[in-house]
Design a protein around this ligand. Structure first.
Ligand SMILES: [Zn+2]
Length: 291
């Protein structure tokens, strides 16, 4: 039987096809990301958080995945996970990975040389890792024919910022793409093709963007890390240790739920475990994720 955590999931939004490709699935205590959070404070939400997003121990299930999109004649990858061979001493679960990510991409109809655009919702290491791969000791672009779209605001922040995760994202996954001349720095509301555009969702990082997909009257949004976990729909104000600007991140989450809540818009979470997609629905004074 296929492991449901890693299974292939696909969605159709009008003419746009979206497929999830999982790199790793992690189990993590709530307070590893939300220092003030406890399972008890979430017990009123167990009916929609369990069993998909919280396990029987009350720990978070986090899926690290990319979305492969085919739209307007373009092959697009959104967020490139952690990548193989990256040295991440602070994160044993991501350190020196060796997964068949590229082989799996090919099997899904997205060989590396057929990728036209690489979109990164932000520049944390687990969203840019496969930007590069190691060839004869050198980090080179994994997608030789792609334009890599990085947010101009996001790059402005990270280019001089100390790496909080000791991940070497800058020198191993970003700078080599600049050196190869494959980067386009774009505005936070950039339009990629008729069906796909960026929307600014700052706070997790200063230039964080989400991906809006619209086709034939249907709509979907890829969240990026504006939401790390669906529990943030119930607790948008819980401090997330990975957010660069907590109060802005909270404001962005609330405005996003007001805009897309109780609508037909499909929400695809970048770290949401299987089933990954759902709708934002009012729940008492707040919201929940209905998958
Ligand atoms: Zn992040």
């Amino acid at each position: 039987m296929t492991d449901r955590r890693y299974e292939k999931l696909s969605w159709k939004i009008g003419d746009v096809a979206i497929t999830r490709l999982v790199e790793v699935v992690l189990k993590a205590p709530i307070n590893s990301l939300f220092p003030d959070g406890t399972p008890e404070q979430l017990s009123a939400h167990d009916n929609w958080l369990k069993p998909h997003f919280l396990d029987a121990d009350g720990d978070m299930i986090l899926s690290i995945h990319a979305f492969l999109i085919s739209a307007g004649g373009l092959n697009i990858i959104v967020d490139t996970c952690a990548g193989n061979g990256k040295k991440l001493p602070l994160y044993p679960e991501w350190n020196d990975l060796n997964t068949p990510f590229l082989e799996n991409m090919s099997k899904l109809g997205f060989p590396a040389d057929k990728i036209d655009r690489v979109l990164c919702t932000h520049l944390h290491f687990d969203h840019v890792g496969w930007n590069t791969h190691l060839v004869d000791g050198q980090w080179l672009p994994t997608f030789p024919n792609a334009r890599y779209l990085f947010g101009a605001t996001e790059w402005e922040f990270w280019k001089d910022e100390e790496d909080p995760y000791e991940s070497h994202a800058l020198d191993q996954a970003l700078q080599p793409i600049f050196d190869a001349g494959q980067v386009d720095l774009v505005e936070s509301s950039h339009q990629i093709c008729d069906e796909i555009s960026l929307i600014p969702t700052p706070g997790h990082t200063p230039g964080h963007v989400s991906i809006l997909i619209r086709s034939k009257g249907e709509e979907a949004v890829i969240t990026g890390d504006m939401f790390h976990h669906p529990l943030q729909m119930a607790k948008p104000g819980w401090v997330d240790m990975a957010d660069v600007e907590s109060s802005l991140a909270e404001k962005t989450r609330i405005e996003f739920m007001q805009r897309f809540g109780d609508s037909e818009t499909t929400v695809l979470g970048t770290h949401f475990a299987t089933p990954t997609a759902g709708k934002i629905v009012s729940d008492g004074p707040g919201y929940k994720f209905e998958s």
